[in-house]
Design a protein around this ligand. Structure first.
Ligand SMILES: Nc1nc2c(c(=O)[nH]1)N[C@H]1C(S)=C(S)[C@@H](COP(=O)(O)OP(=O)(O)OC[C@H]3O[C@@H](n4cnc5c(=O)[nH]c(N)nc54)[C@H](O)[C@@H]3O)O[C@H]1N2
Ligand SMILES: Nc1nc2c(c(=O)[nH]1)N[C@H]1C(S)=C(S)[C@@H](COP(=O)(O)OP(=O)(O)OC[C@H]3O[C@@H](n4cnc5c(=O)[nH]c(N)nc54)[C@H](O)[C@@H]3O)O[C@H]1N2
Ligand SMILES: [Mo]
Length: 763
């Protein structure tokens, strides 16, 4: 097995298609994970590293935000967590020599896969204006350059400070503090493209923008609805919780346009039955919904609940909710036939789901990107909340809302104040603690930041992790916008597209990953993270840093802040020396973190308070849980067009591509595939295995085209197609965003297909 990166960039990937399996994990998953890990870091390091994931004295898995079952036992094995770890703990290195060999013009031609496979960044690198190559630069010079550009801006609002969701609580707190002391709320983050719709809907209806269930609740639920989520690939450890729930008698409804192997059946790799047997069937009822049909589905369920004697929890509704009468009126007026048509489901399906809802005394709804990335996503999630409120399923054991977060600390980053629209109470607390007046006007989210860069209103772009250029919508527009910046700065672990599509000048600042030891003047440090269920715990890296010259994220921010804010009264140097001093401040600013340093040292950490979950208190504008009565929306598709969703394969972590296979969907060796129902393919006049260009149509008449995709017949819902992100981000119009949350509509694009010549495939 070779530990070297691939020498050639596969200029045209050539996908091969087989039958998808009908179960997730089991023995093949272990083999695939170990294969990736061995290639990236060798056998010995693999064993040492993987044993430390999610242990009580180890590091938090940089994979997803799903909570740990029990930190006192051996790590839960998860194939994709192991791959995420291997990507970071790789022994491959991107050195100054690499940048000397590869001019920017060369790197700009490479695929994201190739860039990522080159290994860990080791040295701060600087691209001077008009230069052909990145060249090494010292830390002090690099940070002085950033501070100088920021100080020279006409207004702090001409700077943008982006964050991706791997950043620790400590780094996130310092980062937002620096941005606000400097004078801006321009703190967009990956959440803007991810669960923003969940946050918007839940804050308005329940008063808290986070999920209301703990892991124990899943184990006790009688019914779990998994809508718009592919846990087999993106949250594999969730399957263990679903299996446990099933064993205890729960039933599961899966709502998805695709039959996903992971939710059909689970072969738990932690036990013999899972490894060798046929595994546990998970889904009891599969609702093969049309893309964007979820609000319609939940509305029909709510109609059935309201119109069925005894199905509403009247006591709960009377005591804790607001807006019930309006909801009942709206629901009664909802037209059954047209609403059903929007779901693409049969009436029997919907009635069967309703019977399961009615029979359950404890229901949980879990969801992810299949619900959040549509124009009407906020309305859809509100409709989910309506169902749970009607049934009294908020704030009692075994029931509630469960938005399943993506990045391992994306929820914590928001808790720490990474938000372009911070609450006044948070800013008040910052002001009181640090003695400065933070800016009160709202900052830019991701989409608005791209517009501001495009229009020359933002001039410096700083990213704490992530791959903004590749993850954002409308690739061409985003790349053009980024090129207009005066300076782009990326604090990163691995090389990616955002390093090669730059402003006039650019900096790459390499940083420590989760897996690595973090030694500062005050001794060895640990950081903390918050999982998808509001549990906060410590993460301590054990491996030697990828390079002795790397700085941690908190150190980079603290040093930059000292240069940028010479008159600041904030003890930045102390923060860098000893992260306990950061946590002491968090304890005084962020509710729920009282006595942070003591409580984080208890095994397993602690759970943040959640008023609706803990005591059925709803900190909303009305003081109650709010029903919402909105018209049902769904995407309208003109004749001859398809609805396209952009999703993840089994071999990627967002824009980081691990490999070219999507094992659970039976696809190997390529990513430029378009999954289409055979009947739709025929109607479109495209042959299985043929090449097509995909063109999206936006309401302003503009079109965008992604070229050279191979057609794969797939049992998706009729009229609905699927292809991988980020290759298809070029198709998402910048202005096509969700109402209220402004999240790009990555899951519902109206597209047409054009068959092309065999030779036209390109990367
Ligand atoms: N291994 C791995 N783990 C990850 C990630 C990764 O890339 N790789 N990414 C992380 C991040 S940041 C996130 S946000 C999560 C993402 O986790 P997911 O949300 O599971 O990710 P997607 O691949 O976008 O899958 C969306 C699912 O929704 C379905 N879907 C699409 N449109 C609709 C619709 O209109 N209605 C319904 N009901 N379903 C629909 C799709 O068929 C698919 O099954 O995973 C996190 N974990
Ligand atoms: N079309 C389409 N677009 C989407 C989506 C979709 O489903 N469809 N999903 C959206 C979603 S849910 C999300 S969350 C965004 C993701 O957007 P981002 O979070 O911006 O993207 P990632 O690919 O997760 O970022 C990967 C990079 O992060 C850096 N990195 C990794 N670990 C660390 C670390 O510990 N510290 C630092 N400083 N850097 C690190 C590495 O350099 C790596 O290249 O994409 C969104 N875009
Ligand atoms: Mo995400």
């Amino acid at each position: 097995m070779s530990r070297r990166p691939p020498a050639e960039d596969p200029a045209q990937d050539s996908p091969r298609v087989g039958a998808p399996p009908h179960a997730a994990a089991g023995l093949p998953a272990i083999g695939h994970a170990l294969g990736t890990a061995h290639r990236q870091m060798g056998v010995r390091r693999t064993a040492l590293t993987l044993l430390r994931v999610n242990q009580k004295d180890g590091f938090d898995c940089p994979g997803c935000a799903w909570p740990e079952e029990d930190r006192r036992h051996t790590a839960e094995f998860c194939e994709n967590g192991a791959k995420a770890v291997a990507e970071e703990a790789t022994t491959r290195r991107v050195t100054p020599g690499f940048f000397a060999r590869h001019p920017l013009s060369d790197l700009a031609e490479r695929s994201g896969y190739w860039l990522g496979q080159q290994g860990r960044l080791t040295t701060p690198m600087y691209l001077a204006e008009g230069d052909t190559h990145y060249r090494p630069i010292g830390w002090d010079d690099a940070l002085e350059l950033v501070a100088g550009e920021l100080r020279a801006l006409g207004s702090p609002d001409e700077a943008v400070f982006y964050t991706s969701g791997r950043t620790s609580n400590e780094a996130a707190f310092l980062y937002q503090l620096m941005a606000r002391e400097y004078g801006t709320n321009n703190l967009p983050d990956c959440s803007n493209m991810c669960h923003e719709s969940s946050g918007s809907a839940l804050t308005e209806t329940l008063g808290v923008g986070k999920g209301s269930v703990l892991l124990e609740d899943l184990h006790q639920a009688e019914l779990i609805i998994v809508a718009g989520q592919n846990p087999g690939t993106n949250h594999p450890r969730m399957l263990t919780a679903l299996e446990k729930a099933k064993r205890a008698g729960a039933r599961i409804i899966t709502v998805n346009p695709l039959p996903e192997a992971g939710t059909e059946r689970f072969k738990n790799p932690q036990n013999a039955r899972g490894l060798l047997g046929s595994g546990t069937p998970l889904t009891d009822l599969f609702l093969q919904i049309r893309i964007g049909g979820d609000q319609a589905l939940f509305r029909l369920l709510n109609k059935l609940v309201v119109e069925t004697e005894g199905a509403v929890d009247e006591e709960f509704v009377a005591a804790h909710t607001h807006g019930y009468r309006e909801l009942v009126d709206t629901v009664r007026e909802t037209d059954w036939q047209s609403t059903l048509a929007a779901t693409g489901l049969s009436e029997e399906d919907v009635r069967a789901a309703f019977e399961m809802v009615r029979a359950s005394r404890r229901t949980i709804v879990c969801w992810a990107m299949g619900l959040t990335q549509h124009k009407h996503s906020v309305a859809t999630i509100r409709e989910v909340v309506n169902l749970l409120l009607l049934r009294g399923d908020i704030g009692r054991p075994g029931s509630g809302v469960c938005p399943v977060r993506g990045h391992s600390n994306v929820q914590g980053d928001r808790t720490m104040g990474i938000f372009e629209r911070p609450a006044a109470s948070f800013l008040d607390a910052l002001a009181a603690e640090f003695g400065f007046e933070p800016p009160r006007h709202h900052g830019l989210d991701t989409v608005r930041a791209i517009r501001a860069l495009r229009d020359g209103e933002a001039k410096v772009f700083v990213a704490m992790g992530g791959n903004f250029v590749a993850a954002s919508p409308d690739t061409q527009a985003t790349e053009d916008a980024m090129r207009r910046a005066r300076l782009t700065v990326h604090v990163s672990t691995k090389l990616n597209r955002s390093h090669v599509v730059t402003g006039a000048r650019a900096l790459i600042l390499p940083t420590l990953g989760r897996t690595e030891r973090d030694r500062q003047a005050g001794g060895e440090q640990f950081v903390t993270v918050e999982d998808s269920m509001g549990m906060v715990h410590a993460s301590r890296g054990r491996l030697a840093p990828a390079d002795p010259g790397l700085l941690s994220e908190p150190a980079i921010i603290a040093r930059l802040a000292r240069l940028l804010l010479p008159d600041s009264a904030t003890p930045w140097q102390e923060f860098e020396r000893d992260y306990d001093t950061i946590r002491d401040r968090i304890a005084r600013v962020v509710p729920g973190f009282e006595d942070f340093n003591a409580r984080i040292r208890e095994p397993g950490g602690f759970t943040l308070p959640h008023a609706p979950r803990d005591s059925r208190r709803f900190p909303t504008a009305t003081g109650k849980a709010n029903f919402t009565a909105a018209p049902v929306e769904f995407p309208r598709v003109p004749e001859g067009r398809l609805l396209l969703q952009t999703l993840r394969s089994h071999d990627q972590y967002n824009t980081t591509i691990y490999g070219l296979d999507d094992r659970y969907r039976g696809i190997r060796g390529g990513r430029r595939v378009l999954l289409v129902h055979p009947d739709d393919a025929r109607a479109q006049g495209v042959a299985e295995g043929g090449l097509v260009d995909i063109t999206s149509e936006w309401r302003d008449g503009s079109t965008r085209t992604a070229r050279g995709f191979r057609v794969v017949h797939y049992p998706t819902a009729r009229g609905c197609a699927a292809a991988y992100y980020p290759e298809t981000n070029v198709l998402v119009p910048l202005d096509s965003t969700a109402d209220t949350s402004n999240t790009p509509t990555s899951k519902s694009l109206v597209v047409r297909l054009t068959p092309t010549e065999e030779t036209s495939g390109e990367r």
